[in-house]
Design a protein around this ligand. Structure first.
Ligand code: BJW
Length: 243
């Protein structure tokens, strides 16, 4: 059985990382156009650097929760048959132990050099502007994908979606593309789709199974179900691969 799990801000909420779309439409007090677009960065780079510096520092002080840890357990059983695709820029999945992971919207713990394209691991502030370790230019920005920019590793994600038997969407509102289209894509290619979210999202097509509640409770329970199914298949010799 091959599984793709898409995660969003909701999986990190119980670790204390704020989600994006709150009631007043602001992003930790900022307009999205000011802090999550290349145009906003061009208008006021210092504001944007300070915004991400603060978020990088905040994420360093939180820890993975039961949902991140359950997905790491799932990888322990499924290995490379599980791909976790996260829209999150925090590093809580890898700190919980997940390694077969795509950060499609980038990572707070990396910088991106607008001069040479290097993506060095970066734990310090980017304001005031330090030189790029690769080329020496002072053109580092956060390695996060803003609106209008191309997310990372789209080919790898689409190949995994086409081949998966199970697609799970965890803690994402389904408001941002291309990730918002992945459940429909996986379903079109024959996968069973499941949503684990605080509340039903605005999905393009209905999920086969939609569960409402906190990720810290839903994800461990769902993982235990999958592990039990796998154990049963292994003991009866039933096929586990998609034809
Ligand atoms: C819980 C919980 C708990 C809470 N337990 N659950 C018109 C139509 C279609 C598309 C477009 C359009 N106009 C423009 C576009 C494209 C655009 C887009 O989608 N715009 C939308 C606004 C419509 N997309 C892009 O520009 C992307 N690039 C692109 O499309 O390139 C071209 C392309 C062409 C062809 C193919 C492929 C590509 C880039 C998008 C980049 C998004 N970047 C951000 C910022 C990253 C940096 C940063 O962190 O600051 O990524 S935006 C922000 O949203 C962030 C997130 O990863 C992303 C998704 O948010 P997420 O994770 O879903 O969070 P929330 O807050 O929305 O939802 C949380 C959910 O959790 C809620 O449902 C809660 O209920 C739930 N929850 N607590 C379980 N305890």
């Amino acid at each position: 059985m091959r599984i793709v799990v898409l995660t969003g801000a909701g999986i990190s909420a119980e670790s204390g990382v704020p989600t994006f779309r709150d009631a007043d439409g602001l992003w930790e007090g900022h307009d999205v156009d000011d802090v999550a677009t290349p145009e906003g960065f061009a208008r006021d780079p210092d504001l944007v650097q300070r915004f991400y510096d603060a978020r990088r520092r905040a994420v360093a002080s939180v820890v993975p929760n039961a949902a991140h840890r359950a997905l790491a357990r799932l990888e322990g059983a499924f290995g490379e048959d599980l791909l976790v695709v996260t829209q999150n820029v925090d590093d809580l999945h890898e700190r919980a132990g997940t390694s077969n992971l795509v950060h499609m919207h980038g990572e707070l713990r990396r910088a991106l050099c607008a001069g040479c394209g290097a993506r060095p691991v970066w734990d310090a502030d980017l304001e005031p502007r330090p030189p790029c370790p690769a080329c020496g230019e002072r053109m580092l920005r956060p390695d996060v994908v803003w609106f209008g920019e191309m997310p990372y590793e789209l080919d790898r994600i689409e190949q995994a979606l086409a081949a998966c038997d199970v697609f799970a969407s965890i803690g994402t509102s389904g408001a941002v593309y291309p990730a918002a289209g992945y459940a429909a894509l996986a379903a079109a290619w024959g996968a069973w789709t499941v949503e684990l979210n605080l509340e039903p999202s605005d999905a393009l097509v209905p999920f086969d199974d939609a569960r409402s509640g906190r990720a810290g409770e839903l994800v461990p329970a769902w993982v235990e179900e999958l592990l039990a199914t796998r154990n049963e298949e292994e003991s009866t010799g039933a096929p586990t691969e998609r034809d």
